[in-house]
Structure formats: C-alpha cells, structure tokens
Design a protein around this ligand. Structure first.
Ligand code: FAD
Length: 374
C-alpha cells in the first residue's frame, strides 16, 4: 500500500469493518484504525437480530438490502475469513402477553400481511408446537418466518479478516484524536504517533462519532450547540445456558427478547437507557432482564448465566442512521447512528459508503444526510 491510502476508516465495529470490506474488495487502499479491539464496542453487546422493516422508505430499503447481502455474503465471508458468522434464517415470534396485546398485535399482523410481508398470527396451540418451552399462558403472537440472526460477536472480526485479505490494513489500539485540516481541506487524521494522511476519512466510530464534528466545526457543530448527530444509548444483554432446552426462533416479548445461539446458549435482554458513556452492568438491569425472560420462558430460572455485557448503541436524534458526506467537507463521510439495528444495517451501510466514495451510488441516502443536524 502507498504511504497515503485512499481512505482511513475510524472505528472497527461492524459498520467500520463493513466499510473497509467493501472498499478493499473494490480495490481501494484502506486503513482502519480502532482504538480498542475489533468489534469490541456496541457490536459486541448486541443480540444479533436481523429483522427486515416493512414499507418502502429509504430506511426500509437499506434494511432489505442488508438482509439480502447477509444471505449472499455469509458463505462468501466464511470462505474469505475462515470465520462462520452463524447466519441463520430462524424466524421471529412477537408475543402478545395478554388479551389486549393480542387484539393490537393481530391488527398489526393483518396490516403487515396486506403489505406483502411474510407475517401471520399463531394462536396459543400453534405457539406451543413451535416453541414448547414458552409460558403456556401466552395467548399467541405474530410469526415472521423470514427474520434472521447472526453471531454479532464474530461479524466484525470476520469482516476485518476478509478486508485484510483484499489488502486493507487493520490497526488495533490506535486512537484517532483529530483530523488534519489544511487550507480548509481534510487531509487525514491525527493519532498519538502523529498525522496519517489519506484521500478520504470515514467516521464509523459508533456512539463516539457524536463528538467528532468538533474537529471540523468547533463550536459551530451540532454536538456543541444543537442536537448531537449521535448519542450513546446503553443496552445490557445476558448470555445464559438453559438447562433443559432453548428456543429455536427469536422471541420478542414486551420489553424483552430471547435469541438462540448455535452453541445452545441464549441471549436474553435488553435494556434501553440514556445514561451517557456508562458501560457498567448494574444489578437492577440484570434483575429486570431476568424478570422479563423468565416470564416468557419459565424454565430459564434454572439457567446458568454465562456472561453479561453492556454496550452503547449509536442513537441519532431522529432514530435514523447518519450516512453521508459532512457539510463543507466532501471527503469526510459519516457512517453511524444505526441505533438498535446496526448489525442488520452494517453490510448495506458498508456498500453504500463504498458507492459514495467511488461515485457509483444508486440508492438515495438523503434521509440519512448528516446535514440534517446542522
Ligand atoms: C444490548 C444491545 C442489543 C442490540 N441488539 C441489536 C440487534 O439485535 N440487531 C441489530 O441490528 N443491532 C443491535 N444493536 C445495535 C448495534 O449493536 C449497533 O447499532 C452497532 O453495533 C453499531 O456498530 P458501530 O460499528 O457503529 O459501533 P461500535 O460497535 O460501537 O464500534 C465503534 C468503534 O469505534 C471505536 N472508536 C471510537 N472512537 C474512536 C477513535 N477516536 N479512534 C479509533 N477508534 C474509535 C470504538 O472503540 C468502537 O470499537 C444492539 C445494541 C445493544 C447495545
């Protein structure tokens, strides 16, 4: 690689590694800088649910495209990286916890199926057949067979290894502290050991992207005076080992989810809290998660807790991702703000950023434009 790569990517979560993957695969020289370890941020704490979004908004199209890319690329990435990301089309049950929930959820199911979505109502008998370990008092739920899951704890590493195979340089333990600005133009990034020059910079730093506009605009930027582009939204998940069987599908209850993993364990979660950059796991959070999980699946009270984890979702003010060029700085691209769906949206975001940087964009990204925060 030449001394000045085409692109520096800041952040090695699922989004940054997906960007590096698509860029490197298209022959761009690319250096990814991660201050900790690859996939160690929110991407490590997620549940790995990949559920498409109904409708035809730009967001729905991005989600749909990403899910297609997962179907196409999961075997390819395994071949390229030697890492199985455990992608599976397992289906998804959204449960009604009482009679009034059931009326509302039946209405939603009908609405989605008239929109052409694969969703149908299952009554309590069919629910018992599909998932015998769920609480028998649950009156029914909506079944979406096309929802998928992935092992999010493997995804960023797999994408980074594949990107390396196509020539990307992946550097861990390197914190970016600013941007090099010369005559009003961004010429690269600053890190502890000095400047690193590049043609373009992609800010894919998850919840931490929100403060980076200060490097360009100082007190004029959104993080100083208005709504920040991206803010941290804490989430806690547990991994448990059930003693007498797991669920086969993703299960959503009110305020809780159960997600099966290939090794027989389950992810149970997840909290949603705005408490700044705090990643401690608190007893009350664990208690709340277990309360919901055992209400959904009573036998989980005998499960062993393997581990707990907290992560910071990159939430944006309007809950839409932030993908696009920074105002006045066309060679600085933001890829963040994916909030609760960054695992799902990672591949399509990587592809979209690569399209932007090589001028071949086909889908409009106007809803995700960072300029909406300025
Ligand atoms: C509990 C929980 C459950 C979730 N469940 C799901 C789910 O089921 N499905 C789904 O699609 N999404 C889910 N999400 C959301 C998803 O995890 C995030 O949207 C996604 O991981 C964001 O990826 P990212 O790469 O933008 O951020 P991150 O994974 O946080 O990566 C950002 C990286 O940037 C690095 N960085 C920051 N600043 C710098 C710097 N100055 N220099 C160098 N590196 C830097 C950080 O160290 C970090 O590794 C969940 C999140 C949580 C917390």
């Amino acid at each position: 690689m030449s001394d000045t790569p085409d692109v520096i990517v800041v952040g090695g979560g699922v989004v940054g590694t997906a960007v590096a993957y698509f860029l490197a695969k298209r022959g761009k020289s690319c250096v990814l800088l991660e201050r900790g370890r690859i996939g160690g941020g929110a991407s490590n704490a997620a549940s790995g649910i990949l559920s498409s979004s109904p409708g035809s908004s730009q967001y729905s199209r991005l989600a749909h495209r990403s899910l297609r890319l997962f179907h196409e690329l999961a075997p390819v990435i395994r071949e390229e990286s030697g890492i199985d990301i455990e992608f599976a089309e397992c289906g998804d049950l959204t449960l009604a916890m009482n009679g009034s929930d059931a009326i509302a959820l039946r209405g939603l199911t009908n609405q989605l199926s008239t929109m052409g979505e694969e969703a149908r109502w299952v009554d309590s008998d069919e629910l018992r057949e599909l998932e015998p370990l769920l609480n028998p008092a649950i009156p029914g739920g909506m079944y979406a067979p096309e929802s998928c899951r992935v092992n999010n704890q493997r995804l960023a590493s797999a994408l980074a290894s594949s990107a390396q195979r196509y020539g990307a340089e992946i550097r861990q333990g390197v914190e970016v502290t600013g941007l090099i600005v010369e005559d009003g133009q961004v010429a690269g990034v600053m890190e502890r050991d000095g400047p690193l020059r590049s043609g373009s910079v992609v800010l894919a730093s998850g919840a931490w992207t929100g403060a980076m506009d200060r490097w360009l605009y100082g007190e004029r930027g959104p993080s100083a005076s208005r709504i920040p582009m991206v803010k941290p939204v804490k989430g806690v998940n547990l991994n448990v080992q059930p003693s007498n069987g797991s669920v086969s599908r993703i299960v959503h209850g009110s305020w809780g989810i159960l997600v099966p993993r290939n090794d027989g364990s389950m992810i149970v979660g997840a909290t949603v809290e705005e408490v700044g950059f705090d990643t401690r796991v608190m007893a009350g959070e664990v208690q709340a998660i277990l309360g919901v999980a055992t209400a959904l699946m009573p036998s989980l009270s005998d499960a062993e807790i393997n581990w707990s984890i907290a992560g910071l979702r990159p939430g944006s003010g309007d809950e839409l991702p932030v993908i696009g060029r920074m105002p006045e700085h066309a060679n600085v691209v933001v890829a963040s703000g994916h909030y609760r769906n960054g695992i799902l949206l990672s591949l399509a975001t990587g592809e979209a950023v690569a399209d932007l940087l090589d001028g071949s964009e086909s889908e409009s990204l106007s809803d995700f434009d960072p300029a909406r925060f300025f």
